[in-house]
Write a protein that binds this ligand. Structure first.
Ligand SMILES: [Zn+2]
Length: 93
């Protein structure tokens, strides 16, 4: 399910939040995270509209480092930021 699809670049819209790293380094880091996570959402397994989420918010000393980042699809990412709509994060199917 998590194999790399053909044409995957077209399926991904990277949304780049406030930057701490310069944009080139951050883009490279995001790509590392996506590759580590097999280009699929770590909550639902979707391979579309992937984004890189900070597990710890930067304001709570979360940093731009690999251990603090996880691949989520746009839908799950949105739910992470609206916990009232999600009762069981980070449960996986
Ligand atoms: Zn998802």
């Amino acid at each position: 399910m998590c194999g790399r699809p053909k044409g995957f670049m077209n399926a991904i819209r990277l949304k780049i939040p406030r930057l701490r790293l310069d944009s080139t380094s951050y883009t490279k880091l995001q790509r590392q995270i996506l590759e580590r996570d097999g280009w699929c959402c770590q909550v639902c397994g979707s391979m579309q509209h992937l984004q890189v989420h900070h597990l710890k918010f930067r304001s709570r000393s979360g940093g731009d480092e690999e251990q603090n980042l996880i691949t989520l699809c746009a839908g799950c990412h949105e739910q992470v930021h609206q916990p009232s709509k999600l009762s069981h994060y980070p449960a996986r199917e």
